[in-house]
Structures are given as C-alpha cells and as structure tokens.
Design a protein around this ligand. Structure first.
Ligand code: ANZ
Ligand code: ZN
Length: 801
C-alpha cells in the first residue's frame, strides 16, 4: 500500500490540528453552538478500553458531522478520577492513588486519547480530583444542603463488606456490589442522602418529551417505579391510626388482616404484652436479613401483634400482623392484606389460617379459591359496590373512603433518596462541620475546597468509620459559626456526584471564581448530544437529571433537563464472547492504532454493526477496512483525475445517492450502513476513469470517520484549510433519480403497452407497473394469469388463459 503511510499522516495532522487550535470554539461568541458530550472515562491503570474508544468514536463522528454542517462544536474530554475503582486498585498494588491517578491520566491523554483523531478541546479538560474542580463539587453539596435537599439520617443502608463502604441503591442493584460483585449486607448507619425522591414525578414526566434512547427511558421509568393507588387509614383499638398504601382500593372489602413491616414505627407501641416476646424476636431476625434476601424469600413468615384495626368501609375488626414480606421504605410500610386477590397475601393467609373473602368474581359465581384471583370482574361482598365492575370500583371506593376522611388517591414511587456518603478515602470530603452547639454547619465558601489530606494508610478498616476519621489534624476544626471546637464530617462523596455535574464545568473551566458561568451556560447548555453506555441509565443519567433539576429550582440555570438528546451505544464482543481480562480476549486499542492507524480503527469499530446495538470484533475485519481506505487513497492520490464529475450519468447518480444516504445515516447514527454505502460507491467509481469532483466528494464523506487520511487527501486536492472544517457535501435530488428504461409489456407474446422503470427495478415492481397499464389491464380482464415472466430492464410477458 505504497503511498498511504498512516503513521506519518496521523502524526502530521494531529500536530497541525493542535497548532491551529482547530477544534477550539469561541466560547463567548460562537453563533451556532453545539455541545457534543461523551461520558468521560475512569483513568484506569490498564489504559483505555476498546469500549471507551467505541463510545468516543461514535460520538466524535456525530460531532465532526455537525462541525462540517457549520456548527460550532464543543467537544471536551476529562477524567472521572475519584472513586472506589481507582482506590481499590491503588490499595491492591500498594501505590497511593495520588501518585497512581496522575500517571494514568497522563497516559490516557497523551498516549491514547490524543491519537484517536477526535475533536477534543483540551483547553477545557476537567479532572474531578483537581481541587479546582472538587471545590465546586463541594459547593454544589452545600447548595443542596441549603435548599433542604441534602440531609443526614440513620437508615438501613447497603454495605459492601469487601469495599467496606455503603453503596447507593443504584450501586447495589440485585443485591450485588456494582464494583466488586460481593453480596451486599444491610447495616443501620447514619448517612448523607440527597432528596432525589422528591423529584420522582418530574423525573418521570419529563421522560415523555426528552429525546433519549428508548431503552434508557424504559430503564429509568422502571427504576422510578410509579404506582397509582390510594392511602387508606385504619383506626386501631387503642386510638392509634395506621395508613396503608394500596394499588387495589377496589379490594378494600376483602381486607381480612393488616401487615406492618417489622421496622414500622408503630410496632413497639401497638404490640400487646402477650405478643411482645414473639414480636421482638421476629423483628430482630428480620433486621439481620438484607432487603434482597427478604424480597427473594419464598416461605411466608410473620407474627401477630395482638392489635386489631377497623376496616373503614365495613367496620370489621381485623388482626394486625408483622411480616418481612412488607418492606419498610416503600409506600407506608404497612398494607391491608387481601388474600383472595393478592398472591402473597393468599399464601400468608393459608399459612396462618386467616380468613379469605372473595370480593371480585370473574363470572358472577362464588368460588372456593385455590389461589388468589388477581384479575378484574364484578364486585361482590362489597356493600354498596356490589355489581359494579372492579375497574370502576377503584375510583369509586377511593372517593367513598376520601369522603369519610379515611384516605385519598395517591401515587407512590420506588425511587429512594440517593445515599451519597462513602466511608472511603479517594473522594472529595463532605464539606460539613459538626458542632455540639450549632449542629451541622456547612464549610464557608471562602474555606473551600476542603482539601483531601495526604494520608499514607488509606485502607478501610471495616469499622464503618471513614479513613479520614483516623486523621485528627483533619477532623478537629473550629466551628465556622461559634468558633468552638467542632469536628469535620469524615465521609467523602460518592464519586457519582463528581460526574453528576461535570458537563456544567467544561465550558467554564477558565473561571476560577464560579462553578459555571451564567452566560457560558446559557450559550452552551443544555448539552445538544450525549452518547454513552446504557449501564449508566439509572445511575449517572438519573443523578445528572436530579442535579440539573435542583440547580434549576435554585434559580441558577433556566433549564431542567441536562441533555437534549441522549443515545446509548451498543456493546462490542470479541469473537462472539464478552471481553474480559480473565478470558484474555480484551482488544487492546494501542496495538491496532499502531498497526492499522486510528482512521482504520475508527472506521472498523463503526463497521462492526449498528452503533446503538453493538457488534462483534474480529481481528481480520480491520484489514478489510484498511484496504478500503487504501483504495480511496489510490483513487484520489494515485490516479490521473479528470476535471469535473464523471461523464457517466449513472455514476453521477450513484455519487449523489451516496451523499444522501450517508447524510441521512449520520443523522441517525447509522454508521455501519453509511460506511457500506461508501464502499459500494468506491466499487462504482473504480470502474470508470477517476474524476476530480468525485474524489473531492469521497474525501469529504469519509472525513467524520477517518479524519487524518481525509485531511491529507484534501490537502493534495488543493483544499483550503482543514477537511475537518470544509462544508459537508450536498446532493441534488434530481440527480439521485435512477436512469430509466422503456420496458415492453406483452400478453401472450403480443405487445400491449410499455412502461418506464428504473434500470434496476426488480421483477415484482415492474410486473405491478405493467398490470396498471390500461391496455394491458383490458387484455388481462376476465382471464386467468398462468405465468408472469419479467426480465428487469427489458420486458414483461403475461401468459393467460
Ligand atoms: C391491597 C392489595 C390487594 C394489593 C390486591 C395488591 C393486590 P406495587 O404495584 O409494587 O406498587 N404493598 C404496599 N406497600 C408495600 C410494602 N411496603 N411492602 C410490600 N408490599 C407492599 O404494589 C403495591 C401493592 O403492594 C399494594 O397494593 C400492597 O398490596 C402492596 F388484590 O394492597 B396491595
Ligand atoms: Zn458551633
């Protein structure tokens, strides 16, 4: 592949772009700002993963395409460098993270990211471990605290014994630690929370209009978990009142007992002396189980409290039980049990011999139920509601209860508050001071950042106390409010807070005195396009939306959704299998960058399959793409180019159709089909003498995918400036139409008419067109067609009887 030396070309253009600041925007004056964001990486010691390169390339292509269409594209990059991931690695290797991380960042930036040919604007880099950055992470924490959105409470939290820290619900999905896969335990601990649950209705409602990947929206909807139902108040004998949440108010007449979560605050109060010992023992046992164990446990267990409640619609006295199948922290932590129509209640009632009363019948008959009937039907045993359809009874009974002052319609959400404190070292210290006299006081702005102190031993000791608690010089401080002796909070933030606001910082990195500048933010945000992995659907992407809404409500910004468009990319496998270090099948980007160059690497990654679905990497595949680039090179740089477009009308049509297709595919991130179209065009072009204009268009079409070779060829063609800045080619719709031919239409071998059809129109379409010709239709009328012969481009013959 003689003249195409990717090493020389790629180094040359990377250097020129940097020299010319080719991808820096005028941050204060850009007329057509387009903020193109990708998920910034963890600077791991292993270096950039091919999955990172896949994500970045797809996003960069989108950004480059918009640059070519005339937008001022801002494409920043940075490092999500705090967090357990880095810290665990540092502990394992015995290198302090403060040493390890800067080296990793350097390697990522200088040896890897800069070679990818992306339009990164390195003048706006962020590094979350930089005190100039986390000063503002802490400031945001304080703003949330002042707005009542950050609070401390003692609660059962997810505890990872191996990471020795608490985790958020999102990081402990399914009961396993997101970082190390250990089984998560439940511990009662005092922690900091963000009040994300208060935003649940808005987080849900906005999903209806934001332009995001469906799979991401689905995951968020499920995680928010809205349930429509009612609160119903049950009076207890002793004057107490217990509120339940139910999605089935229609079944209220069938409530035969009540169940409280073992942790319910009323349990101690209402338990009768005779039941006390059994209840206490059960509560202790339930507390020791994790909520994942509780939700999975099959056998129904529980204890009677000795108390009775009154069903507000029929004044029946029903017993109050406690059982671990009712969870604390969801709904009200108390339920009315309707064994006839709820599966769990049915099993429980059978186990403990509690009454089962059928109130909905599918067929008007009464049944001896062998299992709960959970469907709809006609109301029975329901007083004034008998005979009503159960679906109508939902609203009717809710109203009835509301009129009696015993409840109301409501919605409940599964989304829990975000547990934000971590008992670890490698994160921004929580900027709070605890004073015996003044309570919890935020660190004054002038004292930010609270710098993470240097400590040589950062191993968590499993006590539940933070690493920082071992540092007396850090802990002891004067109270900002009264000046008395006080103590710093010794937890650090969850590293998901670092990444929940980084896109606010990028445009404003040059402002030392504010987290984000109002004008800059107005110009550049919300982000126009964000691309990243769907594994962050309920973590990062939920948190970013929460922080944005909170900042909006504080009046600091005028939008409440951070990303106009979000697309989740797919995952790539290696020879059909998931890539993993243990299998030894991880594709190392460096080797391919060296051997084939960034251009071929980028294009091959995008050619693996539909970008939003992913694909399978095969080492051999990249060779084909590399060969295609060489063919482009040969056509443009090593042929005698005749001026203008090719003389052949068909070829001109093919060129215009390709421009149209590639453009439309780029809009949809359908990169693999765009590449296939360019390859097909190459086949066509090679059949005719090379043309200058065709060469020029080809070079511009490949620019977003393979920018270095494109720059080199653009220069050889005498282009002004950079190919990366040249206008995107446009197509002429009239030239896209395919040339047509006249096709004879025969009936039993006799010419009965003609049609005009595209040269390559297929048999089915020309047969259909032929039947529509009036004279042909007349000769077919009333006859049976025995055979249809179609020779595309030539003739159609119908054999009839
Ligand atoms: C009576 C009833 C009758 C119920 C019936 C269901 C069927 P989702 O859809 O998941 O929101 N529930 C309420 N709070 C609970 C808690 N803290 N722990 C366990 N279960 C709880 O489920 C709502 C239903 O789950 C509620 O409606 C309640 O049982 C139960 F035929 O109330 B239902
Ligand atoms: Zn004080």
């Amino acid at each position: 592949m003689s003249g195409y030396d990717h090493r020389e070309i790629e180094a040359k253009w990377q250097w020129r772009w940097q020299e010319a600041r080719a991808f820096c925007c005028d941050m204060d004056r850009a007329a057509k700002p387009f903020y193109n964001l990708m998920m910034f990486p963890y600077p791991s010691a292993e270096g950039l993963h091919v999955g990172n390169v896949y994500a970045f390339t797809g996003s960069d292509i989108f950004g480059r395409y918009h640059r070519l269409k005339g937008f001022d594209v801002f494409e920043p990059m940075g490092f999500d460098a705090f967090g357990i991931h880095s810290e665990n690695y540092a502990i394992k290797t015995g290198t302090h993270p403060a040493k390890l991380i800067p080296a990793n960042v350097h390697n990522f930036r200088e040896n890897q990211l800069k070679r990818l040919g992306a339009m990164f604007d390195w003048e706006h880099e962020v590094d979350t471990t930089d005190p100039d950055y986390y000063k503002w992470t802490q400031w945001i924490f304080i703003q949330l605290f002042k707005a009542g959105l950050a609070y401390q409470k003692s609660a059962p939290v997810n505890w990872c014994p191996s990471c020795a820290t608490v985790l958020s619900d999102e990081q402990a999905e399914g009961g396993l630690c997101e970082r190390c896969d250990s089984k998560v335990e439940t511990r009662e601990m005092k922690q900091w929370f963000f009040r994300i649950s208060a935003f649940a209705p808005r987080l849900l409602a906005n999903l209806d209009w934001i332009d995001w990947s469906d799979k991401t929206k689905i995951a968020q909807r499920e995680w928010i978990g809205e349930s429509d139902g009612a609160h119903i108040d049950f009076a207890l004998d002793g004057g107490d009142q217990i509120r339940v949440f139910t999605t089935r108010p229609d079944t209220l007449f069938g409530a035969t007992y009540m169940v409280l979560a073992p942790e319910h605050e009323a349990v101690g109060r209402i338990t009768t002396p005779e039941q006390r010992a059994a209840v206490d023992a059960y509560v202790a046992r339930a507390r020791a189980m994790t909520k994942f164990e509780r939700s999975e446990s099959k056998a129904k267990t529980g204890v009677f409290t000795g108390a009775y409640a009154i069903n507000p619609v029929n004044d029946t006295r029903i017993p109050v039980w406690i059982a671990d199948y009712v969870l604390t922290g969801y709904g009200t932590g108390a339920i009315m049990a309707v064994p006839a129509h709820d599966t769990r209640d049915f099993e429980f009632a059978k186990e403990f011999g509690l009454p089962i009363i059928e109130v909905i019948t599918p067929d008007g008959e009464r049944h001896d139920l062998a299992e709960a009937y959970t469907g709809e039907g006609t109301m029975i045993h329901s007083g004034p509601f008998d005979g009503v359809n159960s679906l109508d009874a939902i609203a009717a009974i809710t109203d009835y209860v509301a009129n009696k002052g015993a409840g109301e319609a409501t919605k409940t959400y599964r989304l829990r508050d975000w547990c934000i404190s971590r008992q670890r070292y490698w994160g921004p210290p929580i900027p709070m001071i605890h004073c015996e006299k003044c309570g919890t006081v935020p660190v004054p702005d002038a004292d930010l950042p609270v710098v993470l102190p240097e400590m040589s031993d950062i191993t968590p000791d499993g006590s539940g106390l933070s690493v920082l608690a071992r540092n007396a010089a850090f802990v002891n401080v004067a109270c900002p409010s009264c000046g008395g002796a006080a103590k710093r909070d010794t937890d650090v933030n969850d590293n998901f807070l670092d990444s929940a606001w980084y896109f606010f910082r990028y445009p404003s990195t040059d402002f030392a005195d504010r987290a984000f500048d109002r004008e800059r933010t107005k110009r550049w945000l919300p982000v126009d396009a964000y691309i990243g992995g769907n594994e962050h659907a309920v973590l990062h992407l939920m948190y970013t939306r929460f922080i944005t809404m909170a900042l909006h409500d504080m009046g600091l910004i005028d939008f409440e959704e951070p990303f106009k468009k979000f697309r989740a990319h797919g995952l790539i496998t290696k020879d059909g299998a998931k890539m993993s270090k243990s299998k030894g099948n991880v594709v190392n980007p460096d080797a391919f960058l060296d051997e084939f160059g960034a251009d071929a690497f980028r294009m091959y990654l995008m050619f693996l399959g539909p970008y939003q679905q992913g694909g399978d990497w095969r080492d051999a595949g990249i060779i084909g793409v590399r060969r295609f680039l060489y063919r482009v090179w040969r056509y443009v740089a090593e042929s005698d180019l005749a001026p203008g477009l090719p003389g052949d009308r068909e070829l001109v049509g093919a060129i215009h159709r390709t421009i149209r297709k590639v453009t439309r595919d780029l809009d949809e991130l359908s990169y693999n089909t765009a590449i296939a179209a360019m390859m097909e065009l190459m086949n066509e072009l090679e059949r005719a003498p090379a043309s200058r204009e065709a060469a020029d268009i080809l070079v511009r079409l490949i620019t977003p995918f393979s920018p270095h070779i494109s720059e080199e060829l653009f220069e050889q063609l005498g282009g002004e400036g950079f190919a990366s800045h040249a206008p995107w080619p446009t197509w002429d719709e009239s030239l896209c139409e395919r040339a047509t031919v006249t096709i004879a239409v025969q009936v039993n071998g006799k010419l009965r008419g003609t049609i005009e059809a595209a040269v390559d129109a297929d048999a089915a379409s020309i047969i259909a067109a032929a039947k529509a010709v009036a004279n042909v239709a007349e000769h077919l009328a009333g006859k049976t067609i025995v055979k249809e012969v179609a020779v595309p481009g030539r003739l159609v013959n119908f054999v009839v009887k």
